[in-house]
Design a protein around this ligand. Sequence first.
Ligand code: HEM
Length: 127
Amino acid sequence: MTEEAAQSKRFTPKVPIELDPPKDDPISQEELAKCNGTDPNRPTLVAIKGVVFDVSRNAAYGSSGQYRVFAGKDPSRALAKSSLKAEDCVPEWHDLEDKEKTVLDEWFTFFSKRYNIVGKVEGATNT
Ligand code: HEM
């Protein structure tokens, strides 16, 4: 296997997941916050670098799940720093070390292989 092929297989789920084409719809901060796993009429959403993933099918992000702190937020900083602190669950990662930014990009890859992209956080910049 080439290095490139090996790299693209990283974080691939063991059981294949059918994903929908990614959506580009704007999602407001307010709406994202409501999608935190507590409202049965809303999906559970997690954003990374402003890109919103629908994580509804994973109970880990539900209201009593181990990763509920991420739900309804863009926790890019926490993912980069391997933190579960609520104060780290913010979309601020620009000041982090390269190593942490790499971890964040790996989480982005992990999520993009598992969860549908349903939109973008309004006003978010992903550079
Ligand atoms: C005692 C420490 C920890 C243990 C034992 C642990 C364990 C696990 C396990 C077993 C999974 C895989 C679950 C599955 O396959 O569905 C997982 C996934 C995950 N962990 Fe942890 N973890 C720990 C700490 C953390 C920390 C500090 C973070 C903060 C970034 C974190 C973030 C995540 C995320 C985002 C997932 C992916 C869940 C998904 O969407 O499938 N974990 N963890």
